[in-house]
Design a protein around this ligand. Structure first.
Ligand SMILES: Cc1ncc(COP(=O)(O)O)c(C=O)c1O
Length: 386
């Protein structure tokens, strides 16, 4: 498979056409928002073209085959047999975070999160007038870890824990031990776990562990997933939840129905089914491509820009770069990347204060783009060295 960069200019995509809006200039390389510059699998393109030929695009039901394709995907990807009735389709993972907050907490309740984190985790809690309890992640020796003592102290006061597994932006896939420890604490203190597993098909270290498969977790967890990151179809706004516990499921459904979001995106549903049934080989090759991109950047940093350390990357097409060795504060670093290196990355600080000194690099692109990015970065670093 050829995963060369697809030129997306002029398609009104956030990542390329939104550079000016985000960074104040458009002559920089787009390596930020979490989608990829690779074409979606042919099976997905064909299925959507086929649907397009029917000229009516009205409200869409979720068919039996939609649910079955998710059941089959879980069995194939995670070796876990789920039941159709555990699945609730949704219009996006962030939508489901908001609905879950409404369903399981009241205004003023505390919600546990772990920053730095994908920003809607914080804004969804605050917008719903709940309180954020932040178990800040730790960054040491090129690895992201959890402060479990602090986690337990905060879990005692929380009603809900919004977990990101694998974690964006750090690219960690939590180990079985770490996940079990979080589950045990939440179970003990009566905390419901909403686990955002949108990046779980792109795990490289070991197999992803869906949280509800762990001891004690099944009764207290909701899993949020989608085909969107995996197959580069995020613009189709289609996702789903897996909730084995019927009480939690009904509570979620009640809140979901009251928000009036019961019909599917015509193309999103078709794309998900096509991706799950016809995209396996594509995904395998994509994973090899991302891994090779990771190795390329890692080697480049080691040999040419040792001031920047690539953190342990277990999952996702995102690299968490420790840039503290450049000796710049966050404002200067942001400006350095945009104006000197002419690169559009997400600053670590935009994911919360705990991300200070880091940058997030999107490697879900062609090697040509990354090579260009690395040489721009090296030239700019040479200037600050001098
Ligand atoms: C961890 C995480 N959750 C959710 C989303 C967005 O999901 P959706 O577009 O389905 O709302 C992203 C996108 O970057 C993400 O990284």
């Amino acid at each position: 498979m050829d995963f060369a960069t697809v030129n997306r200019s002029g398609t009104h995509c956030s990542k390329w056409d939104g550079l000016e809006r985000k960074f104040g200039k458009d002559d920089i390389l787009p390596l930020w928002v979490a989608d990829m510059d690779v074409a979606a699998p042919k099976a997905v393109q064909d299925a959507m073209l086929d649907r397009l030929r029917h000229p009516v695009y009205g409200y869409r039901l979720y068919s039996d085959s939609f649910y079955q394709s998710i059941v089959d995907w879980y069995s194939f990807e995670f070796d876990w047999d789920i039941e159709q009735e555990w699945i609730i389709p949704e219009h996006g993972v962030v939508v489901s975070i908001n609905v879950a907050i409404k369903a399981f907490t009241k205004p003023g309740d505390a919600v546990l999160i772990q920053t730095p984190i994908y920003p809607p985790f914080v804004s969804s809690v605050e917008y719903n007038d709940r309180k954020v309890l932040d178990n800040k992640l730790l960054f040491k020796d090129a690895k992201t870890t959890i402060d479990f003592e602090d986690f337990e102290q905060k879990a005692k006061k929380a009603k809900l824990f919004l977990l990101c597994s694998p974690h964006n932006p750090s690219s960690r896939a939590w180990s079985r031990k770490e996940l079990s420890q979080m589950v045990d604490i939440c179970h003990h203190h009566g905390v419901i776990i909403v686990s955002d597993e949108i990046h779980s098909d792109l795990v490289f270290s070991a197999s992803h562990i869906p949280i509800a498969t762990l001891d004690k977790a099944r009764e207290i967890t909701l899993i949020l997933h989608a085909a969107s990151k995996t197959f580069n179809i995020a613009g189709l706004n289609t996702s789903y939840l897996v909730i084995p516990n019927p009480t939690l499921r009904n509570k979620y459904l009640n809140a979901h129905q009251k928000t009036g979001l019961d019909n599917g995106n015509v193309f999103g549903v078709v794309a998900l089914e096509a991706a799950y049934s016809g995209g396996k080989e594509w995904l395998q090759e994509l994973k090899e491509h991302i891994l090779a991109n990771k190795e390329y950047v890692e080697e480049f940093m080691k040999n040419r820009i040792p001031e920047i350390i690539v953190y342990q990357h277990d999952a996702t097409f995102l690299l968490w770069l420790d840039c503290r060795g450049l000796g710049l504060d966050d404002e200067k670093m942001n400006s350095f990347f945009i104006n000197d290196a002419r690169l559009g990355l997400n600053s670590g600080i935009s994911f919360g204060e705990a991300g200070s000194g880091f940058m997030r690099l999107n490697i879900g692109t062609g090697r040509d783009m990354l090579k260009n990015a690395m040489s721009r970065l090296e030239l700019a670093v040479q200037k600050i060295r001098a």
